[in-house]
Write a protein that binds this ligand. Structure first.
Ligand SMILES: [Zn+2]
Length: 179
């Protein structure tokens, strides 16, 4: 979930059109290479996905900052699942039985449905309580802190954690010199 969710925030920022979105979904493994993603209504689909992303961000922000419930997000997400006729299917994969959610309708925004499915899995998971916003306030990313003692502070050590790491290293060096 974490690997799918974190890059969602990062990479979706750079999505300028529907075909960028298809590339991203393929990259994170949410669609298969041969899956049908071309539709006559791509411009609208694109806008719907961008709007849903904004809803997600705002909902998580209110949830973490103001303790607001996710009512609006739930209603819209449930509606997407209903419209695309998402239904549970049991699948045998890697030696175990896995519950999957599959859309029955192909007349609906497939990519939007796929995000909605990831959202319900996330909300339903025991790890959702570890939802955090990146400590860097210039960064707008959310992540699930699956670290051992749940003390992770940044979306990515490479990007946002690095500045802090560098400054800590400098402090340690100074202390060593002083000691
Ligand atoms: Zn960050």
């Amino acid at each position: 979930m974490n690997t799918q969710f974190t890059p969602y925030g990062e990479i979706v920022e750079n999505l300028e059109n529907y075909s960028d979105m298809v590339d991203w979904f393929s990259e994170v493994g949410l669609i298969q290479k041969d899956e049908k993603t071309n539709f006559y209504d791509e411009m609208n689909y694109y806008k719907e996905i961008i709007n849903y992303r904004t809803l997600l961000r705002n909902s998580f922000k209110d949830y973490l900052q103001s303790n607001l419930l996710l009512d609006n997000l739930l209603e819209i997400t449930n509606n997407i699942l209903l419209e695309s006729k998402v239904h549970p299917q049991i699948i045998y994969k890697n030696d175990s039985y896995i519950l999957e959610f599959v859309p029955a309708s192909t007349m609906y925004n497939v990519l939007l449905t796929k995000i909605a499915i990831e959202v319900i899995k996330l909300l339903n998971s025991s790890e959702f309580k570890y939802l955090k916003k990146c400590d860097n306030h210039k960064c707008s990313l959310y992540f699930i802190d699956t670290s051992k003692n749940h003390s992770r502070r940044w979306c990515s050590m490479e990007i946002c954690g690095n500045r802090s790491k560098v400054s800590n290293f400098t402090k340690r060096k100074k202390n060593q010199v002083n000691n």
